[in-house]
Design a protein around this ligand. Structure first.
Ligand SMILES: [Ca+2]
Ligand SMILES: [Ca+2]
Ligand SMILES: [Ca+2]
Length: 225
């Protein structure tokens, strides 16, 4: 029993160690490899994490294999300023490790612009205007938002058009119901049938009354005899 429990704990630990790097929430969100002017001391790497992260177990490695150990705690955005020239302006890449497990890596970076444009990560990497310690202003995400807004607006418009069409059609149908010759015919037919029924009832009443009178007369004749 005890052995089975220990095996279960070992299995859970193995699964956790296997998936731990995948469930790490921290990511490299922006990189400035070629800031305006002098690069040395002005390059920076922005990190993003929704949850609070202790950076003690994290390190970054560039494409030349140079390591920098991180420290401190942060939530949302954190920017690491390189003390020296650490990021090349071409054929560069930044790897993020937690306990020697690779948890994130950038695309291959190149920047010959020597301006405030930086590499931003959203659903993919984009070379756009920098947003240090702020949410990235990715064009792809803006497009997606605009497209989804357009779809919603189109949907609303088509629904409004549809509802107006249905309303108009229903109004037309109502008119047709009141004005159609068939309807007029059917109402006439109903009146004719109603009249003929009344006439029949009247006739039966007259016949009944006549028979009743004949019956009374016959009774009187037999009574006199
Ligand atoms: Ca550089
Ligand atoms: Ca520069
Ligand atoms: Ca940013």
């Amino acid at each position: 029993m005890c052995l089975r429990k220990r095996n279960s704990w070992n299995l859970a630990l193995i699964i956790f160690l296997f998936f731990a790097p995948l469930i790490s929430g921290i990511e490299i969100s922006e990189v400035e490899i070629n800031p305006p002017g002098e690069d040395s001391g002005n390059e920076w790497i922005e990190f993003y994490s929704k949850e609070e992260v202790d950076l003690r177990n994290y390190k970054i490695i560039n494409n030349d294999g140079n390591e920098i150990f991180l420290e401190g705690e942060f939530e949302n955005y954190f920017v690491y300023k390189c003390e020296t020239q650490w990021l090349d302006n071409s054929d560069e890449k930044v790897f993020l490790y937690e306990n020697n497990n690779l948890v994130f890596e950038t695309c291959l970076l190149e920047d010959n612009a020597n301006d405030r444009k930086t590499w931003n990560y959203c659903s993919s990497w984009e070379f756009i205007e920098g947003s240090e310690r702020e949410e990235n202003n990715c064009e792809s995400e803006n497009k997606e938002e605009e497209e989804s807004e357009e779809i919603v607006l189109e949907g609303e418009e088509s629904f409004e058009n549809l509802s107006v069409d249905v309303f108009l059609e229903s109004e037309e149908e109502e008119e047709i119901i009141y004005l159609s010759p068939q309807n007029i015919k059917s109402s006439e037919n109903t009146e004719v049938l109603f009249e003929s029924k009344n006439e029949k009832i009247k006739k039966y009443a007259i016949y009944g009354f006549a028979l009743f009178c004949i019956f009374i007369i016959v009774l009187l004749i037999f009574d006199r005899r």
